[in-house]
Design a protein around this ligand. Sequence first.
Ligand SMILES: Cc1ncc(COP(=O)(O)O)c(C=O)c1O
Length: 433
Amino acid sequence: MMANLPTVLSLRHLFVLSLALNVSLILRMVYDEQGGNNNKKSMEVYNHNILKSRLVIPSTSFANSTRKDHSGVVDRVIKLDHGDPTMYERFWRQMGDRSTIVIPGWASMSYFSDGSSICWFLEPEFAKEVVRLHNVVGNAVTQGRHVVVGTGSSQLILAALYALSSPDALEPITVLSAVPYYSSYPSMVDYQKSGLYKWGGDAESFDKEVPYIELVTSPNNPDGYSRQTVVNRNQGLLIHDLAYYWPQYTPIVSASDYDLTLFTLSKSTGHAGMRIGWALVKDREVAKKMTKFIELNTIGVSKDSQLRAAKVLKTISDSSQDEESFFKYSYKIMEQRWKLLRAVVESGDLFSLPKFTSAFCTFFNQELEPQPAFAWLKCEGDIEDCESFLRGHKILTRGGRAFGDSPKYVRLSLLDTDENFMLLLDRLSTIQH
Ligand SMILES: Cc1ncc(COP(=O)(O)O)c(C=O)c1O
């Protein structure tokens, strides 16, 4: 009987069993620790069986509606349909005063920041730290580029569309992106029914000989793959959305060197609420037009946010060689999350995940695999609507159709709190067994 055990219970089964038990145990510990007390105290849980390294469960709030199911595991809806980067909060708490600034009541009063820059509302300190961080990370060429700051990269996407389109054109210019594309692009482009540009859908199937703008997202949201342009015609204009081209998500293979590149604080440092993004723009006239768009839109970008952003970027650059530097810390968390998620998904036949190839990362100086901010999960077999299926298990995701793709796919955020991530693993594991 004992001799047959290994064939019945393979190592993988034992691993998954241990994983499921550990996840349940952690969730119970977290819940019990927090039951009936809203204390904002951090709690560290060591789980050597699975992770070998530290996995810390912070005590961010469990909603009042939180219930336990029959096994004592938390039973509430987990919202992973947005890429809200709450995962990073613990790092910034640990940084304490190193990333704090004090803004006196009399400061930042003028509309104007730097009269000598094309982008007249750009805070020089912020611009300096943007250039410095790109040089530290090696993910973008900044020489010969104008920095344009925006209220998130969302505003810069619209500013770029405005700047690249022509008011004299007979037809609105077509805006494309390859499927699966970032789900906000179609509505951002068409929401105001602009006479300057219109959404044209999947770049892969674009066959018209007319001018176009292609949005190239690399690594891509939702599926995490690195991308190049797909249309490649001479009437094409390009916007490179590199929101996720940071070492915690993907190997930095070279410094990006495009005409118009967008970055955002939301996904690089996790400060989505600061609403700061920036564009690196080669052409002076394009930078001017983008600045004009933001002037018409919001007469500039919050100086307070730019100063806070400058401090956060400075903190990262200053400590980039430390043992617990921001990118080492966030890389480790993403690595752990992807290992755990893959183990759960591979333990059954219901789901699958994209496979990635490794590449040499010039920032970490080693061969590494991508570990994207989102999981592009596919429901296998008969499940046609993966989003509804998971909603039935209290996991909110964004379905494939929103990205121009099949409803068999969903996008799951992997940037949420440890509690939500562990709950996700627990639920996926329960669904599969
Ligand atoms: C690819 C991509 N671009 C742009 C954005 C917008 O980011 P924000 O406006 O927060 O800078 C996001 C946010 O999810 C994104 O995923």
